[in-house]
Design a protein around this ligand. Structure first.
Ligand code: GLU
Length: 428
């Protein structure tokens, strides 16, 4: 890591240390929770389609499992680092705790770019990842799920490899599986919808009607697309989305002041959330630099791409009109930018609360798998809404009562719950 460069794990630890101080946590609990319990790094040799062998680097980090089996996604990303995975695993612990589901936190990744890999090559990476970890993951140990650039298909390959190794059907190994293969209806929509359930509750507090708001969204992958769909159903208007362009290796913002048409845009988007520039131009979209999403004159900003997007450098560009930031991504705001947002009094719903819909639905998938009885989509989404709404209310009630910033209130609840579980088990 370059000195002075953004390090998400340092950021996660700074956030943790601040709350540990507020909660007056004892030294042992602090030491235990600011570092992952277990880390695995390994090589995955893969036979490529051209006959060569390429070695990919893989990771799995289990941050904490005091409240239940570790839980968290796997990312395929060319810039993946162990520190990113460490941070994300810690955020998973807080995420499961804030929505009060009986799971701990973990995260995994592979340094690779699926844009440049055939599906067969990706399958071999998935199977290789499981072969390296088969003894250290499992339905009652550590349960993976999809994340950036991984999908239900990747999950099924991983499950299949695991079942071949163990010689048993074990659908509880992994969540985010395809519907019909042990997956839950609503899982695809869950993270994006969860973001908007939270945004809806925040708007209630601000006494603003969703149908009188506009939003700017960063990202156009699974989370962003479903967030936009539900926000549109509530009457909100998204005026732009920003996304990565693989060809030019940079991001662009696609804007339509009258409101983007989600179906139209999805129709010209690849499976990684990249929008076809020429087609977008023909459809009348304005073309702006990638960062332009942050300076729009809107009521709501929804960063739903990657970490480290709202920074000390660009936070000043946020318009005076912005009243709410709903963090759909994990770790999109640096501590420096967070300080400015806090001082400006913009209402912020923090990442590990706002985007907890995915893992909450993963938990529902586990429950349904265990019963071998699957709920209708409406039932899944109804339960998801209830869980997200009550988590939001618990956090905002605490924020009001103790005059806390929403991020701090969410941390107080999560860290408090995990610290208590460690204590109850006699670990600290
Ligand atoms: N990858 C998602 C997240 O960051 C979901 C994790 C899961 O379902 O385990 O929350």
């Amino acid at each position: 890591m370059v000195k002075g460069a953004f390090n998400p794990f340092e950021m996660a630890q700074i956030q943790f240390d601040n709350i540990a101080e507020k909660l007056d946590l004892d030294q042992g609990t602090r030491e235990l929770l600011r570092t992952p319990l277990r880390e695995y790094t390994f090589s995955i040799p893969v036979h490529m389609d051209d006959g060569s062998v390429k070695v990919f680097r893989g990771f799995r980090v289990q941050h904490n499992d005091a409240r239940g089996p570790a839980k968290g996604g796997i990312r395929f990303h060319p810039q993946e680092t162990i520190d990113t995975v460490r941070a994300l695993s810690m955020w998973m612990t807080w995420k499961c705790a804030v929505v009060d589901i009986p799971l701990g936190g973990s995260k995994g990744g592979v340094i690779c770019d699926p844009h440049n890999l055939s599906m067969r090559e990706q399958e071999r990476i998935c199977r290789g990842w499981v072969r390296q970890l088969a003894k250290d993951i499992g339905p009652n140990r550590d349960v993976p799920a999809p994340d950036v650039m991984t999908s239900a298909q990747h999950m099924l390959w991983m499950l299949d490899e695991y079942e071949v190794i163990t010689g048993e059907k074990r659908p509880g190994l992994i969540t985010g599986k395809p519907v019909g293969m042990g997956g839950s209806l609503g899982r695809t929509e869950a993270t994006g919808y969860g973001v908007i359930y939270t945004v809806r509750e925040a708007l209630k507090q601000l006494e603003i009607r969703p149908d009188q708001t506009t939003a700017s969204v960063q990202g156009f992958g699974n989370v962003a697309q479903y967030a936009i769909r539900l926000y549109n159903q509530f009457g909100g208007k998204v005026i732009c989305v920003s996304c990565w362009d693989q060809e030019d290796q940079k991001a662009y913002t696609f804007k339509k002041e009258a409101g983007i048409d989600i179906d139209e845009l999805v129709g010209i988007t690849d499976r990684f959330g990249g929008i076809d520039k020429d087609k977008a131009k023909n459809l009348g979209y304005e073309f702006l630099p990638g960062e332009a999403w942050i300076e729009q004159n809107v009521d709501i900003l929804i960063p739903a791409a990657m970490e480290n997007q709202i920074t000390g450098e660009n936070v000043g560009k946020i318009s005076k009109k912005v009243k709410l930031i709903g963090e759909g991504a994990n770790g999109p705001t640096t501590p420096e930018a967070d300080k400015v947002i806090r001082e400006r009094g913009i209402f912020l719903t923090p990442d590990f609360l706002t985007n907890a819909g995915g893992v909450t639905c993963s938990y529902f998938e586990q429950v349904q798998s265990n019963m071998n009885y699957f709920w209708e989509k409406d039932e899944v989404l109804g339960k998801l809404d209830t869980k997200m709404t009550s988590a939001f209310i618990a956090v905002s009630d605490l924020a009001k009562k103790q005059n806390l910033y929403m991020r701090d209130a969410a941390y107080v609840i999560s860290i408090g719950r995990v610290a208590q579980a460690c204590k109850d088990r006699g670990w600290v």
